[in-house]
Design a protein around this ligand. Sequence first.
Ligand SMILES: Nc1ncnc2c1ncn2[C@@H]1O[C@H](COP(=O)(O)OP(=O)(O)O)[C@@H](O)[C@H]1O
Ligand SMILES: [Mg+2]
Length: 592
Amino acid sequence: MTVQRIVGKVRRVNGPVIEADGITDAMIYELVRVGNEHLVGEIIKLEGAGAVIQVYEDTVGIAPGAPIYGDNIPLSIELGPGLIGGIYDGIQRPLEEIRKISGPYIARGIQVPSLDREKKWQFTPQCTVGKEISAGMVLGTVQETELFIHSILVPPGVKGTLTSVVPEGEYTVTDTIAVAATGKGEQPLTLMHQWPIRSARPVTQRLPLDIPLITGQRVIDTLFPVAKGGTVAIPGGFGTGKTMTQQAVAKWCDADVIVYIGCGERGNEITDVLREFPAIIDPRTGRSLMERTVLIANTSNMPVSAREASIYTGVTMAEYFRDMGLHVAVMADSTSRWAEALRELSGRMEEMPAEEGFPAYLPTRIAEFYERAGYMKTLCGKEGSVTLIGAVSPPGGDFSEPVTQHTKRFIRCFWGLDRQLANARHYPAISWLDSYSEYLVDIASWWEREGSTTWEQDRHVIMDLLQREVKLQQVVKLVGPDALPDSQRFILEVCTLFKNAFLQQNAFDKIDMYSTVEKQTKMLNIIITYYQRGAEAIKNGSTLVTMRKMKVYQDIIKMKFSIPNDDLSGLDKIAAKLERSFDRLSFSPEKG
Ligand SMILES: Nc1ncnc2c1ncn2[C@@H]1O[C@H](COP(=O)(O)OP(=O)(O)O)[C@@H](O)[C@H]1O
Ligand SMILES: [Mg+2]
């Protein structure tokens, strides 16, 4: 990127925060380069001739008087072919390219373009000279990976008539592929364009959220589903499974593109993603998962200010893919580390701290982030969505702290991780008592149409049993299980069965790691049938012991591991066997 002009000089350096003076013609949020090393920064406060700059690299060695260069654009990222499979830092510097040049640590001031400038892409135009174009329209396509077709969009803000279009052929991201005559003169269009990360990309319209994002995780899809375009928080103390849950969703959910933001967590978790994702085959496409993933890594050992920027970089990429008419899921792990970056920067700017040292604008920032989720009608008339799933890591697992509390105000789906469940190795440790989804009513008709006609009802039955279990457990604690009648002890037993055979899901087991909607509904149905027929049998004089002896009980316990997603006939057999076992029981209740 060419450096345009000197806009001021350094007055004071305070870690990643630099105060500048002598500012002439800079704008707020302008991208700047600081010192002779050209460290990347952003003007975050402007007052007369003074400015505060947030620098995204280590500022050691920068001294008062050092020049500040302005780039004349707000902090932006590059959007175009080459994003898929990319690994970037919080301000979209390509980590792999940088490693080749500067080794394992990022050299300061290094300038490597985010998208490869040399690589040629096969571009197929879908427009001709004379066509009226406007923002979001599709100019043509690039086959980015074997399966991924990258739509080349007219960038937001551009409107005019095409005066030239290149023929089909190979072009780099900066080659001119079309020229438009606009009100502001001739505008060349390229395969890539830039977009400022702090501004949401425009859409035509927000649409209702009534299609679930299927994650393959039973406790999520069946009990606490999220809609495509929805917002989720996953709060949990250290080691309760936030990262595992996000990775499981990233692996198996039915989004077209995954943007995975490793934000202030340990570097080895990103390494896990890098090692595992290429090897995992997406069951829907038969291709490597990396072919639908973009990784943003700003781990705990990288600069805090770039961490602050990373979630905006991630969500901007997600919006870009959404604008092509795709469904995108964004994982941010963790938003608490992002909030801590905000706190550190705010502290250095000597702003008035609010709760627990966080700046008073923390809730606004959290709200602004989650507002960028949604199911949208895009400018090109297609439908696309951005689903935001943020992990929250409250210190000491205390959900009453500010980040968890404020996040709760802005999300509509809450997968609360429970320390006791994690300790008991019940994974995913998503609490069925604390968690909720506000999308249930809206997605019920999808389930009715595409999933199972009994989902809503079955879910209701099982949630009711889980609530009743809490009260029954209290009684058991006081007076022991023998005080309960068989009908109530049976409820406890069904709940235990449901937890073991359904809710617990082993992320490391080849078959159990994900369950299709069909498998989930059949499994749930079997357990509900077991409950209903069992309750009836007990009324008719059967005992718990005889029911436990039914052979089919063992089949139910094992079904999640034994029945593969691509052949569910085993579940139909279990269902039939279950009915037969109860039929026999009712003929001879005492023998079983
Ligand atoms: N679904 C799961 N299946 C199996 N093990 C799990 C699952 N979820 C969590 N775990 C176990 O819990 C450990 C900690 O999970 P992790 O996601 O790293 O926690 P956090 O990110 O909340 O600190 C994992 O290393 C793994 O052993
Ligand atoms: Mg983690």
